[in-house]
Design a protein around this ligand. Sequence first.
Ligand code: SAH
Length: 285
Amino acid sequence: MTANTSHSTRKRFGQHWLQSEKALAQIVNAAALQPSDRVLEIGPGTGILTRRLLPLAQSVVSVEIDRDLCKLLVKQFGQAENFLLLQGDILSLNLAELLPPAFQNPNKVVANIPYNITGPILELLLGTIAQPNPQPYDSIVLLMQKEVAERITAKPGSKAFGALSVRVQYLADCEWIADVPAKAFQPPPKVDSAVVRLTPRSIDIPANEPRKLETLVKLGFATKRKMLRNNLKSLVDRDRLTELLESMQLNSQVRAEDVSVANWITLSNSLGDTSGDINVDTTET
Ligand code: SAH
């Protein structure tokens, strides 16, 4: 029996083993690994992707939560000098404290992530609008649920363009790399998947008050079908908003999904001139 089949999958860890050579090649190619790259992999599973990363990078740190899988991974790759396996939850480990010098500061992320924690993983890797990751990765290649990939790469004016699109696109260039059908996995997940590449960058004209932008985006998209001016009425006077929208060549009846990231920033920065502090609770529910 191979490692791929001897370990039964654990649903709570979002375990689905990628089997497709094509998809593996698409992930690895999208990472464009150089011999000097230090890679972070999240959820190596049975190591099918790890095996392809190790010969191409200076080092690979893989973080796997499942103890039994870790034993298999150590058996497979324990000899590789450029491999380090950490057993634990990617969301709670402190990598900077745990990594020995040779593995410090990974510059690329390549991973087939557990879909149930996609949002928290994105936030861990990119940070937030108000607190971007101070040490941004050069690139982040992720295999994720297709529906989330669509939202992350959506253009304004499309249905998928939402608060997540603005938050992620504020912090990174987002590229659709490839579709990966459910049948590329064993067991197949209920949803289709896609490979996405995120390239963190600093925005040309950042928000003056990032917290204000976060609040604006949250409220603006709160009720998706409504016009922006209705969603923001607790925040901005209707006439003032119409004036601002017009100065951006936007219709006063525009919806949040039609406003580009650049215009969200302009809107946030313009509001800074007139309104006082926005006292809205922005904690996620
Ligand atoms: N990369 C593998 C497996 C992907 S499935 C492949 O391509 O085949 C997702 C993997 O993430 C599983 O191995 C699961 O055990 C692991 N995982 C789930 N939650 C995790 C967490 N919080 N931290 C680290 N690994 C996690």
